[in-house]
Design a protein around this ligand. Structure first.
Ligand SMILES: Cc1cc2nc3c(=O)[nH]c(=O)nc-3n(C[C@H](O)[C@H](O)[C@H](O)COP(=O)(O)OP(=O)(O)OC[C@H]3O[C@@H](n4cnc5c(N)ncnc54)[C@H](O)[C@@H]3O)c2cc1C
Length: 412
């Protein structure tokens, strides 16, 4: 039998990979191998709706019939332990060895841990998978004092979710501001204020010094210059690292993720890497990045499918991301890194505003707070490489639509 194309990892990127290959007309065998024993599912709800109600079920990305209808063979609950690039095989956790024609690494990322908390405490959890989400939901049901370590997206989403369930939530953040790696300072300030209004205690510029424990459980977290923070449950949300173990061991170059070229191929022509695990040069900003978002995972898969079926184009899809924190939807498009001018529009008091980031006069990113129409039209403008006039930016969604209409009418 012909050697199949093997997709390693059944998350957002891996599941889309199978679908996109079929859409692009790939008619060879496809095997999707996933360490998780469930059908690929949506991850974003796990820190939001899924935590709010014990009856909420995971949402699968595609029903089981989709895979059988499209002849995508599933090997669920199986981990690829090793890739042998010489005889082009992968070794599975059940002892099988499968040959591949092409392998696509879609292994995602793993939650980071903190050394001070490495004591095997039963009430110290992190969130990456459905199994983690189930464990967290069960633990939170019996917890009153919840300490969230890390004020990034996942930490803050969980903080708002649990504060909404009347828990005492404290967020401990090492940096001077919340979600500092991703959003403008004004957005951090805004979310800090809204978190406090929601009853969340925020401590920034802090460091975990130690924990108090009893019978294998943390009872309090000690941070510098503060009284111990009582804890029934500690959630560690300090970011993720690319899951590149099998790539590294196979001799593929890795630096903050698996290194790939503009077409998402590793240096080994038969192996590609996509999604959270891939480090690539982004055509839009001309620098190397590893992005963690559903958009990046999905668009990578579509792009890799085109690479495999013979259409070579440098990847330059505009990155975008969203996060829900309580009643606030944050949407971001573009990459604000290196921007030197920031234009604030809308009204913070109404919890509806946007920040336009410009670099040398060119629009490179927009952060929107509860302004989905601004976000949507900004995606088009950035993709078109067009910078609206200041009055068009301050004109909200209508002003931006006018700007976009003008370039569309001009055929640009
Ligand atoms: C709680 C949570 C909330 C999020 N919210 C948002 C949001 O609001 N908006 C947004 O844009 N993004 C959000 N994200 C990020 C988004 O989910 C990720 O960027 C996306 O899942 C990346 O897709 P991926 O396929 O690259 O990796 P993953 O979805 O992590 O999938 C990787 C899969 O590969 C499997 N795997 C790894 N190694 C092997 C192996 N050796 N053999 C077999 N299988 C393997 C893993 O078990 C996993 O199933 C959220 C993430 C989490 C965890």
């Amino acid at each position: 039998m012909n050697k199949p194309l093997i997709v390693i990892g059944g998350g957002h990127a891996g599941a889309q990979m199978g679908a996109s290959l079929r859409q692009e007309g790939y008619d060879g065998r496809i095997v999707l191998i996933s360490a998780e024993d469930t059908l690929p599912y949506h991850k974003p709800p796990l820190s939001k709706a899924f935590q709010k109600d014990p009856a909420t079920q995971p949402q699968v990305l595609r029903a089981e019939g989709f895979y059988s209808d499209n002849a995508i063979e599933l090997a669920l609950g199986q981990t690829v332990e090793r890739i042998d690039t010489h005889d082009r095989t992968v070794s599975l956790s059940d002892g099988r060895k499968l040959g591949y024609s092409t392998a696509v690494l879609a292994t995602g990322a793993k939650a980071r841990s903190i050394e001070a908390l490495d004591g095997g405490f039963t009430n110290c959890l992190s969130l990456r998978t459905l199994a983690d989400a189930n464990a967290l939901r069960d633990a939170a049901a019996d917890a009153n004092d919840i300490v969230v370590i890390g004020g990034g997206f996942i930490g803050m989403e969980l903080a708002f979710t649990f504060a909404g369930l009347s828990k005492n939530v404290t967020v401990l953040e090492a940096a001077p501001r919340l979600v500092g790696r991703a959003v403008a300072p004004v957005v951090s300030d805004h979310m800090h204020a809204r978190a406090q209004t929601a009853g969340i205690r925020i401590v920034t510029d802090t460091a975990i010094e130690a924990v108090d424990g009893n019978a294998g459980r943390i009872t309090a977290v000690r941070v510098k210059d503060q009284a111990p923070v009582p804890a029934d449950l500690v959630i560690v949300g300090v970011g993720v690292d690319a899951d590149n173990r099998i790539a590294r061991e196979a001799g593929l170059a890795c630096e903050n993720g698996i290194a790939v070229d503009d077409h998402l191929r590793t240096a080994n022509a038969d192996i590609l890497a996509i999604g959270d695990c891939a480090n690539y040069r982004h055509g839009l900003i001309d620098r190397k990045v590893r992005l963690e978002s559903v958009q990046n995972a999905t668009d990578h898969a579509k792009h890799a499918a085109r690479t495999i079926t013979g259409t070579l184009r440098a990847y330059d899809d505009v990155p975008w991301f969203w996060s829900d924190m309580g009643d606030t939807k944050i949407q971001m498009v573009g990459v604000s890194f290196g921007a030197d001018e920031h234009i604030l529009t809308g009204n913070r008091e109404d919890n509806a505003f946007s920040v336009f980031h410009l670099s040398a006069g060119k629009l490179v990113a927009v952060d929107s707070i509860n302004q989905p129409a601004v976000h949507m039209i900004s995606r088009r403008l950035i993709a078109a490489g067009h910078t609206p006039q200041p009055h068009e930016m301050t004109g909200g969604a209508e002003g931006l639509k006018q700007a976009y209409k003008a370039i569309s009418d001009a055929g640009r």
